[in-house]
Structure formats: C-alpha cells, structure tokens
Design a binder for this molecule. Sequence first.
Ligand SMILES: [Zn+2]
Length: 142
Amino acid sequence: MKNSLRQMRFALQSFLMRLMYGRNGFDNMARACYGVSMILLVVNIFAGSVIIYFMWIGLFAYSMFRTFSRNIPKRYAENQKYLQMTRGIRSRGEVLKLNMQSGSTSKYYICSDCGQKIRVPKGKGKIEIRCPKCGNRFIKKT
Ligand SMILES: [Zn+2]
C-alpha cells in the first residue's frame, strides 16, 4: 500500500516534470496575475459582476499562458520588466512588513535614490540617514 502510494507520487512528479519541460513556469508575473485573479474570484462571490468575471478569466488564462509558454526568453524579458516596474511597490510592501515585525526597537526606510532598505533605531527623534549603498542623505523622524 505504502509502495503504490510512493509510485503514484513518483508518477505524478515525473508527469509534472515532463509537462513543464521547456516551459516558462510559474514566474513572478504569472503568480501576480494568478493572485489578482483569485482576489477577483472572491470579490465576485459578493459582487456578481460579469465584468469582474471576464477579468478573472482573462487574468487566470494569462497566468496559465505564461506558465506553459514555450517562448522562455520573451517571457523572461516580460517578467524582468514587470519586476522593474513593481520594484517600488514591492519594496514598500516589504518595508511595511519589516516595520510590523520589528516592533518598537527599529524602523525601516527606503532610500529614495536607489531603493535600498535601511534600518534605523527607533525613538531617536529627527536624524539624518545616510544610504550605505549610494550615499544619499535624507532626514527622517524615527
Ligand atoms: Zn541609496
């Protein structure tokens, strides 16, 4: 019984590997589209809108298209562009998360020039922060 279960898992794994061979895979952009489509799906339980329904189908289909696409160089370039475009938003989200985790001892800021995350001690009043990466200086209240 245990053996056949393992065999089944192995068969499934090799099936997935064969399926994904030479495909782009579930990249950041596909993941984002999939995430938004799932949010739309939940929203539409309440909203019941045809427009949201088609948006959901579109985004879901696009994330699947990306995942199974064989044109890897093109998908890779698109994904890099997506990462570059959303860099600001993503690092802001990260900083928000870090600030929630760090509690009362320290605070995180993003350098406005290079996007580097900088940790400073909290409760020091107004201080000048110098970015360790690009040397940009800015004043923040901690
Ligand atoms: Zn900087």
